[in-house]
Write a protein of this length. Sequence first.
Length: 79
Amino acid sequence: MDKYYSYTDFLKAVSQQSTEHHAEKLLNEIYLDLFISRLQRMQRIEQLKLLIDTSLDQKNEQAFYSYTTELKELLETVS
């Protein structure tokens, strides 16, 4: 799901399109992908927080470290 979009790639795609409508559709697709990716990350962060709490309650050290590592990596990509 994570696509990489650069301004240069966007300009290339726009210059290849014959109308503004195509450029607008491409830009809307980019924004939609970014929005969905952010929602998925935020949902996973909340899920991991719950899993961390559960692993602490159950005193499951292995699960705790696994979830906290994933959460840390996710939070680094958000920042």
